[in-house]
Design a protein around this ligand. Structure first.
Ligand code: COA
Ligand code: ZN
Length: 323
């Protein structure tokens, strides 16, 4: 489906699961992937190639990859998170070609999260980029964690963020993620960082990754949209959080994002009914999961649609393909 105006990157299978202490069975992860595909979502981060001692949830990354790579249509962007060269190699060996390299723009969170200084992480990225000779179709996006605040250092200045963007750009990276790992940004900060990044680097595609720790997730997503960002991470059910960031809470729920955009007449190409079925499936497998999603709690209103920015009245359907 693609007359969409925005892209939602589904991170349930990565960020959404990484903070759960109980292991989610591999076949459940694979079924979740199928359900996500069936909902019309076209951009999926499906696992993390990390040290299984650090995040046991992803000990099955290669097995999940084996199952999902062959069933992913070419129109769907499939990616996995990698924090180091070893993770990149494992992902490539498993047939994954889109790598999400993660590092923090805060020194202390980077050390806590990936046990490296930021300079060492950039060096690691350089070595990963050398793998392009052997894997010419490999693509790398760099994710910048803790852009709006670090659990150890507090606020991060936008100038610091820009220094990392410049380093990535110099290495040839043209796709980057701005991440509010602990959900501490506000809409003006989102506006400031988005504008700074997009003004200096108009040829870079920036996406945004938001956590709804204190309820500002959707306000921040709207601020990002108004300032030109068109790719938004979400986790179905509002699950998520970094295990190495004290106090981290869930991502903005995909269904809440879809609802906000569709209500404003901004097309997502996603089948809302199908998305809402996914937490129901997951709860059937693990009944004590705590979701954080307004749409799951309240359900859809009887009449969908509103007045759009230019004053048009519009309606939308939660099941666009069957409408
Ligand atoms: N995937 C799987 N195993 C890995 C790995 C990877 N990406 N990187 C390292 N390992 C293994 C090594 O083989 C080694 O195994 P061994 O103990 O059997 O010999 C062990 O992990 C230690 O290797 P080392 O290179 O010293 O890694 P490290 O201990 O410095 O860990 C990270 C670095 C980044 C791999 C680790 O801190 C990590 O996985 N962090 C998780 C970060 C995360 O997921 N955060 C949330 C998302 S942002
Ligand atoms: Zn996150």
């Amino acid at each position: 489906m693609n007359d969409a105006n925005v892209v939602i990157r589904e991170v349930l299978l990565r960020d959404g699961l990484q903070n759960l202490t109980e292991f989610i069975a591999t076949d459940v992860k694979i079924e979740l992937f199928r359900l996500i595909l069936a909902s019309g979502i076209t951009n999926i981060e499906f696992t993390s190639f990390v040290n299984p001692k650090a995040v046991p949830q992803f000990a099955d990354a290669a097995r999940v990859a084996q199952a999902v790579v062959p069933i992913t249509p070419p129109s769907v962007h499939l990616s996995a998170l990698v924090p180091n060269l070893k993770g990149a190699q494992l992902a490539l060996d498993s047939g994954v070609r889109n790598l999400e390299f993660v590092m923090s723009v805060s020194e202390s969170h980077n050390i806590n999260n990936v046990r490296r200084t930021t300079a060492e992480s950039i060096e690691e990225l350089r070595r990963i980029l050398e793998l392009r000779e052997k894997y010419p179709t490999m693509a790398i996006r760099t994710g910048m964690a803790t852009v709006f605040g670090c659990p150890f250092e507090g606020k991060i200045r936008p100038a610091v963020v820009l220094q990392f963007v410049r380093q990535f750009y110099a290495l040839g990276i043209r796709s980057m993620a701005i991440a509010d790992t602990i959900g501490s940004g506000n809409p003006y900060e989102v506006k400031a960082v988005s504008r700074l990044c997009m003004t200096e680097f108009p040829d870079v595609t920036f996406s945004i990754h938001l956590h709804n720790t204190r309820g500002l997730g959707l306000a921040n997503a709207f601020a990002a949209y108004e300032n030109g960002i068109r790719i938004f991470d979400g986790a179905i059910g509002g699950l998520g959080g970094c295990p190495f960031a004290p106090g981290a809470r869930g991502n903005i729920a995909t269904e809440d994002l879809v609802y906000m955009f569709e209500e404003m007449g901004i097309k997502t190409g996603i089948n809302m009914d199908a998305v809402l079925g996914i937490p129901r499936y997951l709860r059937g497998k693990k009944s004590d999961l705590r979701f954080s999603s307004s749409l799951l709690e309240a359900g859809l209103p009887k009449v969908l649609g509103a007045i759009t920015k230019d004053g048009r009245e519009q309606k939308w359907s939660p099941s666009p393909s069957s409408a």
